[in-house]
Design a protein around this ligand. Structure first.
Ligand code: 3HC
Ligand code: NAI
Length: 711
């Protein structure tokens, strides 16, 4: 017999012979919005007060237990009941409460589970406290309960990494008590398993086991203190992040203070994190990276099936792309110019897997299985049944057009023909074929098997189905796709070219390349532009500059310093010398007085008297150049929305995630200030510092880039 009691639209309460089941139903992931919190608390109180109920089970409907607090509510006015109150009420319940977990139990979702008196989980459960990735800390008792349940070291690891833990690991850690069997309808299965576990607790006459009262895991004070000290030292190194040190402080409180006091401190620290601009930046990044896949063509078009992919060119990019495709379970045919080049391409692919095997990250069987899906050929006929082909040959329009001519001759109708070009005009590549509707840009970033960004470059004549296929492929490759329009450099490289030019201007005017790199790293990028150039190889940019020389505006300022280094063969790490000098085998460069002498000689040649730059001015110019070009990219429709620029810079160029991306950051700084800077800089160089009309318009209307972020 089962009885229903009213709870709320998002929480069902049903009594199954003495066991009350509270089912959270808030698709898609049962986030703990107000209605869920309110329904859960009401349901808990009803069940606790009901004389026929002896134990409770909390379960999630659909594919998740609970993915955490509703992230959309952060920054909104708070609304009772708060999650901490709900968790405290669960823990205080006089009848045993069982959490029956399947799928994600993350953040506030795991905190609900930790407040329960027992936890069981399906084999597919993913448990974690990922708040740190949003600039937060577990703020509903999680820092206090996790520390008491599994000890400081394990709790800190979970909270500082934000990683998801599997059911077996959760069992080993002591986060859960039992792993259930798998089933088709997991929500219904976990309800039944939860009821069974509750009956088992009742049969054993186990009183509610309150996590907040557990003392064993923190009993060894010295060991726990050592874990906290180590985590504190580590967190202090995390490039200016706010919440990690707050998390460590909460765990210290768990060791030092009674539960009730620890909870109060946790609340204060959570509020401080919530108020931090880092929280706003990280949450902007969370929603933006999910927003970039929402493009018109992905809704209009139907993805074409893709199983077999051709890759033309097995160089740096082609090999990395092949690895990415093989990792996603696809069949790959690699085409090269001749057998020697083909073997070299295979060597590059095999080297990636050998490295993974050597590090124990890949088994020999898995390596063989992946390489077993790779075919090699020099004749294009091998691509006759390919569903999609990605060209990654030399960056030369004529070479690429010749490749596309061969592709249209051999590929089956409807095969998607993609180019990985960095800068070339994809409309021109498409127009040179008889199938422009099938031609698209898939711009991977180096190393292509590691970097998450994939610019999907949409030429004028491409069919929506092909765009939808590209977005679907990105999902399979676990990439973050961003839709870009055709222009020189698309979104990312076009903006990069401009802020790198701004850096070169400052360099010639008196700044040291090392000061510029230091400023950029202090801002939060992992590398400065000159270190980046040394890593990528100075020859790549040199080739691009030579290609553009004929079309460059003769009135535009051109800084030749990088050319002087390239003329000496100083291409960076691969030649042992570039902007920095590298000792044999080292990736750590040393500042080079000879480079500074070349810079000084170039200043003299250009008739420039060097002046000093403050770090503030370096940063303002660098960012203003980035934001100004980004505004042009948005206004021209090269990027659909500001958020597409933000995700491109976050995932392809190392823009610090906690600052949300250049246009989110610009909104925080104030667009009027940035425009005023640009106008000031324009007094000396009006051609370079032309304010973007969109920036002027937003400032005039008192609006922000965020206002244009319609998903
Ligand atoms: N709040 C609001 N919306 C959420 C959400 C959340 N916690 N988690 C996911 N969503 C939304 C996504 O934005 C997406 O919406 P869309 O379809 O409109 O784009 C939808 O749910 C599905 O999400 P995904 O596309 O990410 O689906 P996946 O199946 O790939 O992943 C997931 C599911 C693993 C749960 C992933 O969404 C995730 O990691 N979510 C965030 C988990 C998290 O960070 N929780 C902690 C929140 S902070 C907290 O709890 C504070 C507390 O301590 C007080
Ligand atoms: P690479 O020089 O390492 O590799 C090019 C490969 O293409 C060589 O192995 C060459 O033998 C092969 N090739 C040339 N012509 C061919 C043909 N007609 N048929 C078959 N194979 C042919 O160059 P890389 O760096 O891999 O670049 C390839 C493309 O990717 C270029 O368009 C480049 O702009 C683009 N790209 C490069 C990035 C980088 O960081 N290196 C990043 C993103 C895109």
């Amino acid at each position: 017999m089962s009885t229903d009691l009213p709870a709320s639209p998002c929480v069902r309460l049903r009594i199954h012979e003495a066991i009350a089941v509270l089912t959270l139903d808030n698709p898609p992931v049962n986030a703990l919005g107000w209605a869920v919190r309110d329904g859960l608390l009401q349901g808990l109180r009803n069940a606790e007060a009901h004389p026929a109920v002896h134990a409770l089970v909390i379960v999630g409907a659909g594919k998740a237990f609970i993915a955490g607090a509703d992230i959309r509510e952060f920054g909104q006015p708070p609304r009772d009941p708060w999650l901490p109150a709900v968790c405290n009420a669960i823990e205080a319940c006089t009848k045993p409460v069982v959490a029956a977990i399947h799928g994600p139990a993350l953040g506030g979702g795991l905190e609900i589970a930790l407040a329960c008196h027992a936890r069981i989980a399906a084999p597919n459960a993913k448990l974690g406290l990922p708040e740190v990735q949003l600039g937060l800390l577990p703020g509903a008792g999680g820092t206090q309960r996790a520390s008491r349940l599994i000890g400081a070291a394990a709790a800190l690891d979970l909270m500082l990494s934000g990683r998801h833990v599997s059911a077996p690991e959760a069992l080993r850690l002591g986060l859960i008590d039992h792993i259930t069997t798998m089933a088709e309808d997991l929500s219904a299965h976990m309800q039944a398993e939860g009821i069974a576990w509750a009956r088992h607790l009742l049969a054993e006459r186990t009183p509610p086991r309150r996590t907040g009262e557990q003392a064993e895991a923190l009993a060894d004070r010295a060991a726990n203190q050592a874990a906290i000290d180590a985590a504190k030292a580590q967190a202090s190194k995390a490039r200016g992040l706010f919440s990690p040190l707050q998390i460590v402080a909460c765990v210290q409180d768990a060791l030092d203070l009674p539960m009730a006091e620890g909870l109060i401190k946790e609340r204060e620290r959570f509020a401080a994190c919530l108020a931090s601009p880092q929280r706003a930046g990280l949450i902007h990044a969370f929603f933006s990276e999910r927003g970039t896949a929402k493009v018109p063509e992905a809704q209009q078009g139907t993805p074409r099936p893709v199983q077999h992919v051709g890759v033309i060119g097995g160089g740096t990019m082609g090999a990395g792309i092949a690895v990415s495709l093989l990792d996603a379970g696809l069949r790959v045919t690699l085409i090269e110019r001749d057998d020697t080049a083909l073997q070299a391409g295979l060597g590059r692919i095999a080297k990636v897997y050998e490295g993974q095997v050597a590090k124990g990250k890949l088994s020999a069987e898995a390596q063989a299985e992946k390489l077993g899906r790779l075919s090699l050929a020099t004749a294009y006929a091998a691509l006759a049944d390919a569903d999609l082909v990605i060209e990654a040959v030399f960056e030369d329009l004529a070479v690429k057009q010749a490749v596309f001519a061969q592709l249209q001759a051999v590929c089956k109708p409807g095969a998607v023909l993609a180019t990985n070009t960095s800068y070339l005009d994809i409309d021109a590549i498409a127009a040179s074929t008889t199938r422009p509707q099938d031609v698209i840009g898939l711009h991977f970033f180096s190393p292509a098997n590691i970097m998450k960004l994939l610019e999907i470059v949409v030429p004028a004549q491409v069919s929506p189905d092909v765009v939808a296929t590209a977005f679907e492929l990105a999902k399979r490759l676990k990439k973050v796709p961003v839709r870009a329009g055709v222009c020189d450099g698309f979104i990312g490289n076009r903006i990069l070219a401009v802020y790198r030019t701004a850096a070169d201007h400052m360099l010639e005017d008196g700044a040291s390349p090392y000061d510029i790199d230091r400023m950029v790293k202090a801002f939060g990028f992992p590398m400065g532009p000159y270190e980046m150039s040394d890593l990528a190889g100075g020859d790549i940019g040199w080739a691009t500059r030579k290609r553009r020389a004929a079309t460059r505006d003769p009135k535009a300022r051109y800084v030749q310093i990088a050319d002087r280094l390239c003329e000496r063969g100083w291409f960076g790490q691969k030649t042992g010398r570039g902007w920095y000098v590298y000792e044999a085998g080292s990736r750590q460069g040393q500042e080079d007085p000879e480079v500074l002498a070349i810079v000084e000689a170039e200043r003299q040649r250009a008739g420039i008297t060097p002046r000093a730059f403050s770090t503030d001015e370096l940063e303002r110019r660098y960012l203003a150049a980035m934001v100004n070009e980004a505004a042009k990219v948005v206004a021209e429709g090269i990027a659909l929305r500001p958020l597409d620029v933000d995700v491109t810079l976050l995932y392809g160029y190392g823009f610090p995630r906690h600052k949300g991306g250049p246009l989110h950051h610009a909104d925080q700084l104030g667009l009027a200030r940035i425009l005023a800077d640009i106008r000031t800089f324009a007094e000396a160089d009006p051609l370079f510092w032309r304010p973007a009309p969109l920036l002027e318009q937003l400032v005039a209307e008192g609006r922000q880039f965020a206002d244009l972020n319609k998903i």
